[in-house]
Design a protein around this ligand. Structure first.
Ligand code: KIV
Ligand code: ZN
Length: 516
């Protein structure tokens, strides 16, 4: 192995991550995440599946127009219409990639595609050639490679490389692989495919057995030079390999991996926070690298060791991944210019002065309540403002909640519904229950509450609470996120946002269903 090969970091938070139930993001949110990924210096940003809907197409195009330092990629099935739509969406990009895929496992070919293996090869070759007629940078994936036959993988990959694919991706789509075996598959493919040296081999591992990162690293040891991953491991079902874990593993154990990435690791924690705030998927406290406890030393023995010599119990420095960059940025007396400048530094740009003014008003109100405003608070203000720019059917006008020992909590709430104010009162087992019951007594949504979670955005008792509410109706799942220094108000905001999302979320094509 060469001294230090470059390991391409391909981030698919905006595509596979968004396939997580409820993680749907709008165009402005996707652009904010894309800018955070560019700052992180990921090599390739998979911005979406352009043919899924008009909204997805617009989001990929807007990312292609705005991102300069990362390649912007769109996913496409092997259909002509998919490939052409992907090409159109990434056209403005300085560097654009089309990523086309078809399933290669016996079970997918027989039951999902209902195609003979030779037909699958023919479709793959056609799609790669068509993609190459648009761009030089074409990636081909063998969906469900983890359960595909090695001989068939060798045949289809050789044909795809001959047709012009420059990256070959081996996905473990259902998270079935085991590290030693998956690493061996990569080694065999590299050894047996005659034109393997003409492409970069990539892996894309799902986490159904909790092995996505381990499988990806085994693949790197055996010659893979691109890893597909997501921030916080977001993704379908149990998620994808987590970017932060892959990057820090190869960096911390360079003695074993001999690969380098371009990632500016100090931006990892801010990117993780941003993805969590936007999607409403909280990060578990004991999550490696980005969990709140990842660098906290609870036991006295560990604390003693760390104080004497940090490396007794720490293999990475918290600052290197962006912890403790939580500096006080703005306060009560900060002006509009300082506010705008800091937002720009965070990659937040409003389309209109009205939006900026509204965000500034929110900032002033918050600064009156909590005095110290951190980057995380600014991100939450930006999210609230951008959501308000897409008015839904429902809006929270005002609320009052009574909570007293020995008395049933009561909520009085005024909602705007289709432009008209309605006020109602309800009791509940707690203040949040009373609030949600009051809202439901007005809207009668028929939704099931699947998740309610509260996180503090920053530390201290004056911190804003960030609430996620996940609602389900007819199989459709959405996450609403609300923030406020009062967690009951944050809960109402999150519930109202989820109701608006479930009413307006339109049907999109899913890339991995069979309509090839
Ligand atoms: O998991 C998978 O197989 C995918 C492909 C579309 C690359 O996400
Ligand atoms: Zn996937």
């Amino acid at each position: 192995m060469a001294a230090t090969d470059h390991l391409v970091i391909f981030d698919t938070t905006l595509r596979d991550g968004e396939q997580s139930p409820g993680a749907t993001m709008n165009k402005a949110e996707k652009l904010r995440i894309a800018k955070a990924l560019e700052k992180l210096k990921v090599d390739v940003i998979e911005a979406g599946f352009a043919i899924a809907s008009q909204g997805d197409f617009e989001a990929v195009k807007s990312i292609a127009e705005n991102i300069k330092d990362s390649t912007v990629c769109s996913l496409a099935r092997v259909l002509d219409a998919d490939v052409d739509r992907a090409a159109e969406a990434i056209r403005p990009a300085e560097r654009g990639r089309i990523h086309t895929f078809i399933a290669t496992s016996p079970i997918h070919m027989k039951h999902k595609l209902q195609m003979a293996p030779d037909e699958v090869i023919e479709q793959a070759v056609r799609a790669v050639k068509r993609a190459r007629s648009h761009v030089d940078d074409v990636e081909f994936s063998c969906e469900d490679a983890g359960r595909s036959e090695l001989d068939f993988l060798c045949r289809i990959i050789e044909a795809a490389i001959d047709a012009g694919a420059r990256t070959i991706n081996i996905p473990d789509t259902v998270g079935y692989a085991i590290p030693e075996q998956f690493g061996d598959t990569i080694a065999q493919l590299l050894n047996r495919i005659p034109n393997a040296d003409k492409a970069i081999f990539s892996v894309h591992c799902h986490n159904d057995l909790g092995l996505a990162v381990a499988n990806s690293l085994a693949a790197v040891t055996n010659g893979a030079r691109q890893v597909e991953c997501t921030i916080n491991g977001l993704g379908e079902r149990a998620g994808n390999a987590s970017l932060e874990e892959i990057v820090m593993a190869v960096r911390t154990r360079q003695d074993l991996f001999n690969v380098d990435t371009r990632i500016d690791t100090q931006h990892i924690v801010p990117a993780s926070r941003l993805v969590s705030t936007i999607t409403g998927f909280p990060v578990q406290p004991n999550k490696a690298i980005v969990g709140a406890n990842a660098f906290a030393h609870e036991s006295g023995i560990h604390q003693d060791g760390v104080l004497k010599h940090r490396e007794t119990y720490e293999i990475m420095r918290a600052q290197d991944v962006g912890w403790h960059t939580n500096s006080l940025v703005l306060g009560k007396h900060s002006g509009r210019n300082a506010f705008r400048t800091r937002l720009l530094e965070l990659g937040i740009q409003f389309d209109t002065e009205t939006e900026l003014n509204e965000a500034f008003t929110r900032f002033k109100a918050l600064a009156d309540l909590k005095h110290e405003i951190f980057d995380e608070d600014l991100q939450a203000i930006a999210s609230d403002t951008l959501h308000d720019e897409e008015p839904g059917r429902y809006g929270l006008v005002c609320m009052r909640v009574n909570s007293e020992t020995g008395v049933m909590p009561n909520a009085r709430i005024t909602l705007m519904i289709d432009g008209k104010e309605h006020t109602v009162e309800a009791e509940g087992s707690g203040p949040v229950d009373a609030t949600f019951k009051a809202i439901e007594s007005l809207v009668d949504s028929g939704c099931n509450l699947q998740l309610y979670s509260v996180n503090a955005i920053t530390s201290g008792t004056d911190a804003q609470g960030e609430v996620t509410v996940r609602l389900e109706r007819g199989g459709r799942i959405v996450n609403g996120v609300g923030s406020d220094t009062d967690v009951i108000i944050a809960s109402a905001k999150a519930y109202v946002e989820a109701l608006n999302l479930i009413n307006c979320s339109s049907l999109r094509r899913h890339p991995q269903v069979a309509d090839v």
